[in-house]
Each structure stands twice: as C-alpha cells, then as structure tokens.
Write a protein that binds this ligand. Structure first.
Ligand SMILES: O=C(O)c1ccccc1NCC(=O)[C@H](O)[C@H](O)COP(=O)(O)O
Length: 209
C-alpha cells in the first residue's frame, strides 16, 4: 500500500501508523502536491526502516532527478511521463513506470519491454498524458489480465478511496494499491482518518480472499 503526494510530517506519521509500505513525494513542479527538496529531505529522514520513500517525476531533466537523489535519498523512483527505458535506467536506481490503463495489450507490452529493468508498473488513469493524482478511476475491465511470462508486479492506481478499495482489491487482485486524492482533505493535505479507513478497506478485501 502506497500513500502518494505526502507534504507534511503529520501525514508521514499517519501513513506509517496505518501500515503503509511506501510513501510518495511528488517532484513535478506543476503539481499541486509538489514538495520542495529541503522539505522532502526532512520528511524522508523520518521514514522508518522497511517503509520505502518514493520520488515521483513526470518527464524531468536528468539534473532534477540527480538533485532529488543526492539531496533527498529516495529508495525508489516513479516515472509518470513518456520517459524512455534508457532515461530511467541511467540513474542506476530501482524504479517503477506509470502506464495508462487506456493502452491496449500490445502497447503495454512494448512499454514493459522498453522498461525491462523496471521493478513494477503502475496502472493509472492518466499516465499517458504525464499526469497523475487526478482522483479519477479508470474502467476496471481495462485492468491487464495477461502478463505473459513477465512476472513483474502491477500496481493499481487512479481514484481509489476508502469507499471503493475493497471492491478494487477483491476484483483485480493487484500486487499493491496506490492512493493520493482519495485520502486527502485538500491537494497535498492528507486525512489520517481517511488513510486509516483506506487501510481497513484493503484489509477487508484480504479477509474475503
Ligand atoms: O499527484 C500529482 O499531482 C501528480 C502529478 C504528476 C504526476 C503524478 C502525480 N501523482 C501520482 C499519484 O499520486 C499516484 O501515483 C496515482 O496517480 C494515484 O492518484 P489518485 O488518483 O489521486 O489516487
């Protein structure tokens, strides 16, 4: 379970207390959840062992990614734009790639081949436009069923909330879920109550399994 778009220490603490596996920090200047490098560095320093700090980008410059790596020290990179595999690999860091749920099987397979070192793929509503964190669900019948022989994980994102996450996990059995808008009071301002409700929702789906 990843909680994305964190900007405050209180939200780091709430997500960790609720049992999040990963926390996302948005380094996309145009985003309403964009965080300053100095703030992110302080927050990441408070992330406990075994919880991953994830740095999000959308078509960044090489310099920007290197600055974030050097100054923030994320565990994982997440790319939301049209970055090539070569671009993402050059940093020598584990990364995941966001993929639009609108893509057909062939286009998605091409991206998976191109990103042959990616550690996983985030299936999201608007990734193809380089955007994310919109709070929009996609048609879950678009969820990819056939991974072929590629065993890398698919992460479900896009419009998840405490209200729909149980059904989403029970229906699609994703490797992980990623949420931002659905646990917020305002962009970048999370709600501890919603985070806990979201985690309970995931737990209900596991109980049904
Ligand atoms: O959050 C943003 O503003 C953002 C901007 C540009 C690229 C990605 C962005 N966020 C990605 C995410 O928060 C999540 O990985 C995912 O898209 C889920 O978002 P949501 O639909 O709000 O739950």
């Amino acid at each position: 379970m990843k909680i994305c778009g964190i900007t405050r220490l209180a939200d780091v603490e709430a997500a960790v207390a609720a049992g999040a596996d990963a926390l996302g920090f948005v380094f996309v200047p145009a985003s309403r959840r964009s965080i300053r490098v100095e703030t992110a560095r302080d927050l990441v320093a408070r992330v406990p062992a075994f919880v991953q700090a994830v740095a999000l980008f959308a078509d960044p410059s090489v310099d920007w990614v290197e600055t974030v790596i050097d100054q923030v020290g994320p565990d994982l990179l997440q790319f939301h734009g049209s970055e090539t595999g070569r671009f993402c690999r050059q940093f020598g860091r584990p990364y995941i790639k966001a993929v639009s749920a609108d893509l057909d099987d062939e286009a998605r397979r091409r991206i998976m081949q191109e990103h042959h070192t990616a550690r996983g793929f985030l299936i999201d509503s608007h990734a193809v436009s380089g955007l994310g964190g919109t709070g929009h669900t996609f048609d879950w019948s678009r969820w990819p069923r056939d991974n072929g022989r590629d065993r890398r994980p698919w992460i479900l994102a896009g419009g998840l909330s405490p209200e729909n996450v149980t059904e989403a996990v029970a229906t699609l059995s994703p490797y992980a879920v990623d949420v931002s808008s659905g646990v917020e009071e305002a962009p970048g301002i999370k709600s501890a109550d919603k985070i806990h409700a979201f985690m309970r929702g995931v737990g209900h789906a596991r109980d049904q399994h």
